[in-house]
Design a binder for this molecule. Structure first.
Ligand SMILES: [Zn+2]
Length: 307
């Protein structure tokens, strides 16, 4: 009799055990799905803050532009590094954290935060043809106190004004910085990334190459990306980052003359989109005001655009 009771108890324990396992797995699964949802929600909030007024969030799916273009957050595809470059979605674009501020170590292999750029997203933001993109460009004088050239930059989202703020801060740096800044490599140039069919961020008028001479580019180095090199001073990088530009010197496939307006990566690095209070405050204080139109001027700028 006693033995049977014990057996029952054991069976009961077994029953609960298997259910308990199931519950644990279910919780883990739902937790994982929940985290994925939180990632999507956070990332979409970051994009909406970075490019205010450009599109609306479609919860659980992605974003929709006023012309009806829908850009899904996650295309559900598994991708290797080359496919991430060729065919990224919004999730891929924000996948790698951009190391804001001081960089302690050279980037790890294939750590290229900012190089996964969904073409459809950038065309919807800045124009789907050269003509449309050019219509939003505005000339900004580079280092005016040193008679620098006028560079074409997109006036969308006030990027032209942000570049003017960058330039004002660069001008305050001492004369020892001049060789890194003059002559500039250039800004707008409608063409693909070297050796690919993808449009370069220079095509959208959102990228700035500072002086080519003291810069390093992974393809120019004997050992490729494996041999990280940089001489660009930290002060220059910090000024650009403060105004929403990321630096190609923080990529494994480094391009140390290259800066690119990518406020979503800066916002994410500041902790926005965590739905924490700090994150929300950061997103709000990093105000990115849309300033459409104002475009005119059409002089191109000649440089060897790689990214
Ligand atoms: Zn560049």
């Amino acid at each position: 009799m006693k033995k049977i009771k014990w057996l029952k108890r054991f069976r009961n324990l077994g029953f609960w055990n298997s259910n308990f396992k199931f519950i644990i797995w279910a919780l883990l699964f739902l937790g994982g799905a929940g985290l994925a949802c939180a990632d999507m929600r956070g990332d979409l909030e970051i994009l909406a803050a970075a490019y205010a007024g450009a599109f609306e969030i479609v919860p659980g799916l992605g974003i929709r532009f006023p012309d009806g273009t829908v850009v899904p957050y996650d295309d559900g595809k598994q991708k290797d590094f080359e496919t991430l470059l060729e065919d990224p979605d919004l999730e891929d674009m924000l996948r790698l954290p951009y190391p804001l501020g001081d960089m302690v170590n050279p980037p790890a292999p294939n750590e290229d935060p900012g190089r996964f750029r969904p073409d459809i997203f950038f065309k919807a933001l800045y124009g789907s043809s050269e003509k449309d993109i050019r219509a939003a460009l505005r000339p900004v004088q580079w280092m005016p106190s040193l008679n620098g050239p006028r560079l074409l930059i997109s006036a969308r989202f006030g990027i032209d004004k942000k570049l003017e703020s960058v330039i004002a801060a660069l001008e305050v740096l001492g004369p020892e910085y001049r060789s890194y800044l003059l002559p500039p490599g250039g800004t707008f140039n409608y063409r693909p990334v070297a050796g690919t069919s993808r449009l370069s961020p220079h095509s959208f008028g959102i990228a700035v190459d500072i002086a080519v001479g003291p810069s390093h580019y992974w393809l120019w180095e004997k050992n490729g990306a494996g041999e990280y090199k940089n001489t660009i001073p930290r002060a220059i990088v910090e000024i650009f980052e403060k105004h929403g530009f990321i630096w190609g010197g923080k990529w494994y496939h480094f391009d140390t003359m290259h800066f690119e307006y990518r406020p979503e990566l800066i916002l994410k690095a500041q902790g926005a989109g965590n739905s924490s209070e700090a994150g929300l405050i950061n997103a709000a204080t990093f105000s990115l005001i849309e300033k459409p139109d104002a475009g005119r001027g059409s002089q191109g700028f000649i440089s060897d655009f790689k990214n």
